[in-house]
Design a protein around this ligand. Structure first.
Ligand SMILES: [Zn+2]
Ligand SMILES: [Zn+2]
Ligand SMILES: [Zn+2]
Length: 117
C-alpha cells in the first residue's frame, strides 16, 4: 500500500518524535526527511521539498524551475504553468510512493529524469 499524506491530523508520528528529540530520528536514518507543514515524508537524498508551497520535486533542478523572480524575492509558481517557449510543460507530475512529484521535461515534453521508484 502506498503511504498517504495527512494534512489535517495533528498527531503526526515523525513530528511528535521531532518535537521530543529535536530531529527526525529513525526517519532520517533511513535517508528520509519530513515536512512539519504538510507532513509529507520523502527521500532527502534525491528529492526536493518546497517549504514555500509544499510541492515535491524530483531534483534540485525541477525545484528551481517553479521559482521565479529575483534571488532575494523568489516566489513559487504553479509547476503546471511553467512552460518552455514552445508551450510544452517544463515540469511533469507523477505519482511516487509518497505522493505526487514534479520532474523536469525537455522541450519536447519528455521527462529527463528516470523513474527509479
Ligand atoms: Zn508531520
Ligand atoms: Zn514552492
Ligand atoms: Zn511541506
Amino acid at each position: 500500500m502506498a503511504q498517504t499524506t495527512d494534512c489535517t491530523e495533528s498527531t503526526c508520528e515523525p513530528c511528535a518524535y521531532s518535537a521530543e528529540h529535536g530531529w527526525w530520528g529513525p526517519l532520517a536514518n533511513r535517508g528520509n526527511s519530513h515536512c512539519p507543514q504538510c507532513h509529507r515524508t520523502w527521500r532527502s537524498t534525491t528529492e526536493c521539498h518546497c517549504v514555500g508551497c509544499c510541492r515535491q520535486f524530483a531534483t534540485e533542478r525541477a525545484f528551481g524551475l517553479h521559482r521565479s523572480g529575483q534571488p532575494d524575492s523568489r516566489v513559487c509558481m504553479d509547476p503546471a504553468d511553467v512552460n518552455w517557449s514552445n508551450g510544452k510543460a517544463k515540469l511533469a507530475r507523477r505519482d511516487s510512493v509518497f505522493g505526487e512529484v514534479w520532474s523536469v521535461n525537455d522541450e519536447r515534453g519528455v521527462s529527463w529524469e528516470r523513474d527509479d521508484s
